[in-house]
Design a protein around this ligand. Sequence first.
Ligand code: COA
Length: 268
Amino acid sequence: MTRTYDHLEIERQGPVTRVYLNRPEIHNAFDDTSMRSLTECFRALGDDADTRVVVLAGRGKSFCAGADLNWMKRMVGYSEEENLRDSALLQTMLDTIDRCPKPVIAQVHGAVLGGGTGLISTCDSVVATPTALFGATEVKLGLLPAVISPFLIAKIGPSHARDIFMTGERFGADRAMHMGLIHHVAEGDDLDAWVNKKVERLLSSGPQALAAAKRIVHDVSFRSPEAVKDITLAAIAKARVSEEGQEGMAAFLERRPPKFKVDWNAGD
Ligand code: COA
């Protein structure tokens, strides 16, 4: 994957691709261009056989201050149809990251507000600095967290959503951790160390298994065990006899490291 994207900076290190939001002058608030870039970038990463783990981070003082309010304000001059089409860009971007078949780690600091909280809700693991500041602040601007709501509620549940959506409160990493919005809090250099530790763990697992494990969370969440039994039985039956499953189990029994094929699309 060699192309560049407006408002993003991409760094590749072997199987790890780091995607940086890159509009530091406005705390990486995102507009239509940023959303198109993120969507295209994550689609490409999903198909990129060389990328096994994606890290999403922000350049400058903040991870992301949400939607670019200048862009949103301009919509007053749009027709209803144009307004809906532009709002759909956010939905498409969030959905694309949410369903990216590669593991996505968010590494966050500074402001993580409005759509920024939506963005981290689409990531598999979130590591934050202790000073990061979170909030679904839309009501303070006379708006509401609409498009991000299903992604955010899937992470924190309706109870915390009701509280933070309506108060619009800004809150710290401890509270974010308590509600399940983030997974680890790490200081300064430790932030990189935590992320690298996560990356290593992900790289030592079967690529096919990781994609399947992510898919099953989507497939079974908020459904009864009875309703999803065909999906869960089929998933484990497929994994047990797969080349990757056979190799993983054999390696364990033979007390050696597994040799997983890195060709992501093989056997899918
Ligand atoms: N959209 C557009 N511009 C934004 C922005 C956003 N969401 N958030 C910050 N900016 C801009 C500011 O307008 C300012 O621009 P200027 O330099 O041209 O005046 C610049 O980023 C720096 O912001 P500033 O507020 O001066 O920095 P700060 O360090 O004091 O505070 C934030 C940073 C992110 C905490 C603060 O800007 C903020 O609360 N932003 C709004 C976040 C929000 O409510 N997002 C939800 C959107 S639905």
